[in-house]
Design a protein around this ligand. Structure first.
Ligand SMILES: *[C@@H]1O[C@H](CO)[C@@H](O)[C@H](O)[C@H]1NC(C)=O
Ligand SMILES: *[C@@H]1O[C@H](CO)[C@@H](O)[C@H](O)[C@H]1NC(C)=O
Ligand SMILES: *[C@@H]1O[C@H](CO)[C@@H](O)[C@H](O)[C@H]1NC(C)=O
Ligand SMILES: *[C@@H]1O[C@H](CO)[C@@H](O)[C@H](O)[C@H]1NC(C)=O
Ligand SMILES: *[C@@H]1O[C@H](CO)[C@@H](O)[C@H](O)[C@H]1NC(C)=O
Ligand SMILES: *[C@@H]1O[C@H](CO)[C@@H](O)[C@H](O)[C@H]1NC(C)=O
Ligand SMILES: *[C@@H]1O[C@H](CO)[C@@H](O)[C@H](O)[C@H]1NC(C)=O
Length: 517
């Protein structure tokens, strides 16, 4: 999320580098000493009580996400399984990963910790995976025992592709990489989970402003507006592929400042006075009530409302104004009004964006174009939509179409649409039966998606058997009729994939039948 992603991403890159070095070093004798130094010590996996949450198929042909418990006592086992179910449900029951859920399995694996909760102040508690925060602020949560997380995942064989350590803590925090780290925060846990999994599974960068410039990459990032972006096939107006939506970011700061009632936190920024609208994006923690905080621009109080039931947790707020700022210097001010919140109330980040009119900056959802993203150094890259994607707005539950398409493709690199293809004899006839991943009409009726369907084709000795089109089981007849080289081809069509250069939505299986039934 806004504040934690920059550092978490750095860690993720470092981890990858470390892994790379470890692998490279293993092949290069000159690096042997270094390799021995960074080679993680073999550790025993912790005992795991594994329970399925949502299963869609065999682990060998699915991407398996496994929640691991950190900072849960034996007596908190039920809480862990409930937290894991809540997280899995939130990101897959009706949104985010819902359409690709047939490619996923969700599991929860419990190990008791000796202490409850996650560490803070840069110190771990006595927990299985050693999750901790650097300070008390609601930012990154790190995993100290990544080797144990790796051993836990590996002990599950092909039943674990992505380990997700869940810290037993009700407040914001987490980090990407291996393992994914989140907390059981009801407000933020699902948001961080789906965002970090986006980084891990799809391999896309962030879309929000204020990140390091190297953090903008993948199918959702264009570096040069004069060239066709990776999402050219999603553009709403392809005849104007180089049009850039008109906006600017005059202010962006990760403030991490504790608020007090004796004086306001203030900053200034400069507007060109040429834009029609502006927005204030900010995040705070430790502010449970609207009246606890006053926000002013140029001395004018801005209307804002706290997210209901947020308590002390952190939340990201967007205030959009349908008017422009005048040219010149402006003052932004945050004042804490409630003394009992001193020591917990924190202003985490502030950002101002200015936008052209709707003709110059198309803000409406579903519009695909080139939207500027500004790094911490104010360098510009481009994203596909205004606010359709959770890689930009973590409070948004869904990916934009560009990321969603790449999610499909990345998952289908690891999952074959055909789970099984087998021959059998029944009443003297040769039957061939294919089992496919449950998409299209194979989904539960209430879960079917418009525009999603399979086509099935059959081939005998390379010759198309049109009479079997659309079937998953065929009776090829008795005697020698069934003998030969049979192929079954499944092709999936979904509105969520427009471009499939590697043909990942088509799979074929063959079987050679030599015996007569
Ligand atoms: C999914 O369900 C949650 C909880 O019931 C609800 O808040 C959310 O709006 C739903 N999302 C969609 C896309 O229907
Ligand atoms: C992480 O674990 C190591 C031992 O494996 C320990 O020396 C170190 O202090 C731990 N780090 C934190 C932040 O607790
Ligand atoms: C952007 O692309 C255009 C057109 O291909 C090219 O002329 C220009 O040099 C590129 N700019 C940068 C900074 O790479
Ligand atoms: C293309 O975008 C430019 C602004 O970048 C605009 O002036 C022009 O009218 C657009 N053309 C079309 C055909 O939409
Ligand atoms: C970023 O650059 C633009 C001009 O290109 C400027 O108007 C804006 O104020 C700058 N923002 C920051 C945060 O420096
Ligand atoms: C109160 O907050 C302001 C703004 O962050 C800061 O300058 C000041 O030092 C703080 N005062 C106390 C007593 O902490
Ligand atoms: C200050 O905050 C505390 C904790 O949320 C709350 O109980 C109290 O009512 C607030 N005081 C005022 C004056 O709003």
């Amino acid at each position: 999320m806004q504040l934690l992603l920059a550092p978490s991403y750095l860690l993720w890159m470092l981890l990858n580098l470390l892994l790379l070095f470890t692998c490279v070093a293993a092949w290069a004798p000159a690096q042997q000493t270094f390799a021995t130094e960074v080679q993680p010590q073999a550790v025993a996996p912790p005992p795991l009580e594994v329970r399925p949450l949502f299963l869609s198929g065999p682990t060998g042909n699915r991407v398996d996400l496994v929640f691991l418990a950190d900072g849960y006592l034996s007596s908190e086992k039920d809480k862990f399984f409930a937290d894991a179910l809540f997280l899995a449900e939130d990101i897959s029951a009706n949104q985010t990963y819902n359409t690709v859920r047939p490619l996923l399995n969700f599991w929860a694996a419990f190990t008791p910790s000796r202490e409850s909760g996650v560490g803070k102040g840069g110190r771990t508690k006595d927990t299985v995976f050693g999750l901790y925060r650097d300070g008390t602020e609601l930012r990154g949560v790190w995993c100290n025992n990544t080797d144990i997380a790796r051993a836990a995942c590996e002990s599950l064989g092909d039943g674990c592709d992505y380990p997700i350590t869940v810290g037993n803590d009700p407040l914001y925090g987490g980090s990407g990489g291996y393992p994914t780290v989140i907390t059981a925060s009801p407000a933020n846990g699902p948001q961080i989970l789906r965002h970090e999994l986006g980084h891990s599974i799809i391999d896309v960068g962030d879309e929000y402003d204020g990140g390091a410039s190297w953090g903008y990459f993948g199918v959702n990032a264009a570096q040069n507006a004069s060239r066709s972006p990776p999402w050219s096939h999603w553009l709403t107006n392809p005849s104007n592929a180089t049009r850039v939506e008109h906006s600017v970011m005059p202010l962006q700061q990760y403030t991490w400042t504790m608020l007090n009632t004796s004086s306001s936190w203030t900053t200034t920024f400069i507007s060109s006075g040429t834009f029609s609208k502006y927005a204030l994006f900010f995040s705070v923690s430790g502010i449970p009530n609207t009246a606890d905080l006053t926000i002013k621009v140029d001395g004018q109080t801005l209307p804002w409302e706290v997210r209901s039931n947020i308590g002390a947790d952190r939340w990201l707020y967007d205030l959009n104004f349908n008017r422009g700022l005048s040219g010149g210097r402006h003052t932004l001010e945050y004042r804490l009004n409630n003394k009992t919140l001193e020591g917990t109330a924190q202003l985490c980040s502030v950002e101002i964006n200015e936008f052209g009119s709707e003709a110059e900056f198309i803000s409406k959802p579903g519009h695909y174009g080139l939207y500027p993203v500004y790094s911490d150094k104010n360098t510009t890259t481009y994203r596909p939509t205004n606010e359709d994607c959770l890689m930009r707005k973590v409070t948004t539950p869904n990916f934009c179409s560009v990321c969603k398409e790449d999610l499909w493709l990345h998952l289908l690199q690891r999952v074959d649409l055909i789970d099984n293809f087998a021959a059998s004899c029944r009443t003297g006839s040769r039957f061939l039966t294919a089992t496919v991943v449950p998409f299209g009409r194979f989904r539960q009726p209430e879960d079917r998606k418009a525009g999603e369907e399979y086509t099935f084709q059959w081939f005998k000795n390379g010759v198309r058997q049109m009479q079997f089109d659309g079937m998953v089981e065929v009776n090829t007849g008795s005697g020698t009729a069934g003998v030969g080289r049979w192929a079954f081809r499944a092709a999936l069509k979904t509105d969520e994939v427009r471009r499939d250069p590697e043909g990942l939505l088509t799979n074929e299986r063959q079987i050679k039948v030599t015996a007569i039934c």
